[in-house]
Design a binder for this molecule. Structure first.
Ligand code: ADP
Ligand code: MG
Length: 225
């Protein structure tokens, strides 16, 4: 089963002379329950593709399916609902909120879903435990190492229990050892039923994945299993 089927997606930023064609007709599939890497030079369109697949923006042309159903990106409300319910996002610089402690950072996405307080508490604790950072529940982001911050960011992405996790250069700000730990966590999540798509520059990260999609100049030029 394919969790994502991407069909001729195009995206242009800017207008007229300033127009940049970031995606020029992307076709690819992501199989359920795999780790898939997206590689390619800087500017090849990786982040744009990931942002579209995560419902952060709509494509100009083309379409994609999620778990067999077309994703309706025709309104901001529909995009928001898709993003909220189906996808977990992890980014390079963690994007934690400095003024909130670990518990609050992870709980935030559940609060948006209107889940009762006690249930939120239980799920946040369970997720932090899974990632081995329960002891940091009351800490603030600036009291944590890079690796710990990335674990919190992963906890925040998975606490909603999305099937699909999209990660844009998740190890880009981490040292070799911490990167390997983050990849181990992703593998565990895959074993537990998640699907993970990782944009990366790092050949080691790609090697740890099941599939590699290579992008060049706004197109997929190769997909290797
Ligand atoms: N918001 C934006 N406004 C204008 N141009 C953009 C924007 N986002 C990306 N681009 C351009 O689109 C192209 C693809 O960018 P991006 O998807 O970020 O590539 P990658 O992640 O592979 O480095 C680049 O030329 C980039 O400058
Ligand atoms: Mg990028």
């Amino acid at each position: 089963m394919n969790i994502l089927e991407i069909n001729n997606i195009k995206k242009t930023f800017g207008k007229k002379d300033a127009a940049v064609q970031a995606l020029r007709g992307v076709n690819a599939v992501v199989r359920e329950n795999t780790m898939t890497a997206i590689m390619g030079k800087s500017g090849s369109g990786k982040s744009t593709l990931l942002n579209i697949l995560g419902g952060l923006m709509a494509a100009d042309e083309g379409s994609f399916t999620y778990a067999g159903s077309p994703v309706d990106t025709s309104s901001n409300r529909k995009l928001r609902k898709y993003r909220r319910d189906q996808v977990g996002f992890v980014v390079q610089y963690f994007a934690l909120i400095d003024d909130l402690n670990v518990f609050e950072n992870v709980a935030l996405s559940l609060r948006y879903q209107g889940i009762p307080r006690r249930e939120i508490k239980r799920r946040v604790k369970e997720t932090l435990k899974l990632l081995g950072i329960e002891s940091k529940i009351k800490a603030y982001p600036n009291e944590l190492s890079g690796g710990q911050q990335q674990r919190v960011a992963i906890a925040r992405a998975i606490v909603k229990k999305p099937k699909l996790i999209l990660a844009d250069e998740p190890t880009g700000a981490l040292d070799v050892k911490t990167s390997a730990e983050v990849m181990d966590i992703f593998r565990q999540l895959t074993d537990a039923g998640n699907t993970i798509v990782i944009v990366t520059h790092d050949p080691k990260v790609a090697e740890a994945c099941d599939e590699v999609i290579v992008m060049e100049d706004g197109k997929v030029v190769e997909q290797v299993s």
